[in-house]
Design a protein around this ligand. Structure first.
Ligand code: MG
Length: 373
């Protein structure tokens, strides 16, 4: 049996699935969740969804899929160190972006603007909707019928209004309680992954330069150390060696600072974890440095004019597709037409959110291009 800490989530004590199912024979409940996520359609779509760089801009940039795999890798490694359940944190990490629209954050903002009069659109809630409802693979139920802990972990944040509508997984927001440590961990692993891979992708694309990053404390410190040990290192290796050391520093700090928090609060059970403040956290110094890097990326990469141009195009595509369907739901594929009879805006949002980048571009052509393609 795995040596889990008393504060770890235990699959044999799961809050259960919405539809009753017999326990898995050869795996834990959380392993089953993880496996269902990997086999889902939404998971395969992540391969063709933008993280920051649109898929066709280059083969080496992160996609939502490779991003999710990096998050899972980091989360598992921290989980093992803290004796948490690796499978649960992996399941949450792999599922955390399933509800993302095409074209990254721009796509989500555009869809949210379209959905404003109809309850809004939020990728977190959509991830939950994918695993609870939209996946259609099983004979006995809609969605993937995941355990409570995985579903709760996927719902990283939500408004109080939505929390009231969501029932079980919304409860902790109303009661101001924390999710299990495996969920807290997946959240920070996400941050470690995107900060670092966005630096790497930003440099690869030429949108960021090493000179700019030399002003950012955590990057400058590690780059200097690498150059001291290897003065004539080729640039690609310098970048990778620096980034990997930053990841190692962040992961190590996360493990140590969280272990300290756990020692201080000494939770003896998941119940005590829920009642405590967030225990998975960076030290103050590393949190500040990580925040500095995050702000830098925000100002210099996500707002770079080449990214902004792509975003503007993406916004137009999402908005125009949405409006076209809303003005005439007969344009929707039959399956969504049927659902649109009950709630047209939500059915359209589900359809648009599920699209990959290139599918959205193609669908836009199909709806608006005059010439035959
Ligand atoms: Mg993410």
């Amino acid at each position: 049996m795995r040596d889990l800490a008393p504060y770890a989530a235990r699959s044999e004590r799961t809050g259960g699935r919405r539809q009753r199912e017999a326990s898995p024979r050869n795996r834990s409940e959380y392993q089953r969740d993880r496996d269902r996520i990997i086999h889902s359609t939404a998971f395969r779509r992540l391969e063709y969804k933008t993280q920051v760089f649109v898929n066709h801009e280059g083969d080496l940039f992160r996609t939502r899929l490779t991003h999710s795999l990096e998050v899972a890798q980091i989360a598992r490694s921290v989980a093992r160190s803290l004796r948490l359940d690796e499978d649960l944190t992996e399941a949450i990490a792999l599922a955390h972006d399933l509800g993302h629209t095409p074209f990254g954050h721009t796509g989500q903002d555009a869809l949210n603007a379209c959905m404003k009069p109809y309850g809004g659109f939020e990728h977190n809630l959509q991830s939950l909707r994918v695993v609870d409802l939209l996946e259609q693979r099983y004979a006995a139920f809609d969605g993937l019928n995941l355990t409570f802990e995985t579903r709760e972990g996927i719902l990283k944040h939500c408004s109080l209004k939505n929390a009231r509508l969501l029932g079980d997984v919304g409860e902790r927001f109303l009661r101001r309680r924390q999710p299990v440590l495996e969920a807290q961990l997946a959240n920070l692993a996400d941050e470690i992954a995107y900060n670092n891979h966005d630096v790497d992708d930003g440099l690869r694309s030429g949108l960021l330069t090493l000179q700019q990053l030399a002003d950012i404390r955590i990057f400058a410190r590690h780059m200097k150390a690498v150059l001291k040990e290897h003065p004539r290192l080729a640039e690609r290796r310098l970048i990778h060696e620096t980034v990997r050391r930053i990841i190692d520093t962040l992961v190590t700090d996360l493990i140590q600072a969280s272990a300290r928090n756990i020692r201080t609060h000494a939770p003896g059970s998941v119940e005590e974890v829920r009642a405590a403040p967030p225990l998975i956290a960076f030290s103050r110094q590393i949190r500040d440095e990580s925040l500095e890097l995050k702000r830098f990326l925000h100002d210099h990469l996500y707002r770079h004019y080449r990214v902004v141009r792509m975003s503007a195009k993406a916004r137009r595509i999402v908005t125009e597709i949405f409006q076209a369907f809303l003005s005439d739901t007969r344009l929707l594929p039959p399956e969504f037409q049927e659902r649109a009879q009950k709630d047209a805006p939500r059915a359209i949002a589900d359809y648009v959110a599920g699209m990959t980048d290139r599918y959205a571009i193609l669908e836009h052509h199909r709806l608006f291009a005059i010439e035959q393609i």
